[in-house]
Design a protein around this ligand. Structure first.
Ligand code: FPP
Length: 242
């Protein structure tokens, strides 16, 4: 590990979230089908997961398939679902070796049956691992999550488990998909776009952003280190004075 990185690791983000963008452009630049970009993107998922685990990051949330991604051509959606299922099937033994615990957030019931089954198998199999928690956001939308959270809150009130007067930001957080995880400390977005694209709208309120022009299939360990270094030099105030 480079010496200056070791220094930055004193201020390691506990939770990194990533908007993995640019697979399509990566493929287009090479005259390849978009699906080849996604395939290479899955290789990057593997490498970055391994490195986050090795560095001691506790949570890594990856935006793997958004609620809006269903509107892409059927061919691309089918290829992404197949790739996800294959990734889970072939990479679960590696997650076991690396002590990675897999979790997922989003409207998971929207996924094809075989994909859901494999996902639940992988989650179950890795559930006792104590290293990095890898959270895949699948059929995920931040607005949808907030709407689902409101419905869950109303159900708790109807069942008499909660009083309206008790609702505050902390109580509401417990009704989101992410209730078991701390908010991300660092958000990385590849391929240069300056937007949130409906990702973790509630949870990113005080998160530090690192945006890079690098396309996701080209994002490597060195740039992950660079993002962590940039984060470690920020001064987080959480809305208070310095
Ligand atoms: C954005 O690139 C990426 C996605 C919509 C999907 C992300 C999927 C992967 C990284 C691979 C599969 C994931 C796992 C977990 C195995 P884009 O297609 O929007 O790129 P573009 O903006 O350049 O067109």
């Amino acid at each position: 590990m480079p010496a200056n990185l070791k220094e930055d690791l004193k201020n390691l983000p506990r939770h990194i979230a990533i908007i993995m963008d640019g697979n399509g452009r990566w493929a287009k630049e090479r005259g390849l089908p978009r699906t080849e970009g996604h395939r290479r993107g899955a290789d990057t998922v593997r490498a970055i997961t391994e490195e986050c685990g090795a560095l001691g990051v506790e949570y890594l949330t990856l935006y793997a398939f958004s609620a809006e991604n269903w509107k892409r051509p059927k061919r691309e959606v089918d290829a992404l679902m197949k790739l996800l299922e294959q990734f889970l099937r072939t990479r679960t033994p590696e997650m076991m070796e690396q002590n990675v615990r897999l979790q997922a957030i989003g409207r998971l019931h929207d996924l094809p049956q075989t994909c859901q089954q494999q996902l639940h198998r992988s989650i179950e199999q890795t559930s006792q691992n104590t290293g990095l928690t890898l959270i895949l956001a699948l059929s995920y939308g931040g607005r949808e999550e907030i709407v689902d959270g409101v419905k869950s809150l109303l159900e708790s009130i109807e069942r008499g488990h909660l009083d309206k007067g008790m609702i505050d930001t902390e109580v509401f957080s417990k009704h989101l998909y992410t209730r078991y995880y701390p908010d991300p400390d660092l958000l990385i977005r590849t391929s240069g776009e300056m937007r949130l694209s409906n990702f973790l709208l509630w949870q990113l309120s005080y998160t530090e952003f690192y945006i890079t022009q690098t396309l996701w299939p080209d994002f490597g360990k060195e740039e992950l280190h660079q993002a962590i270094r940039a984060y470690s030099q920020r001064h987080r105030r959480f809305g208070t004075v310095a």
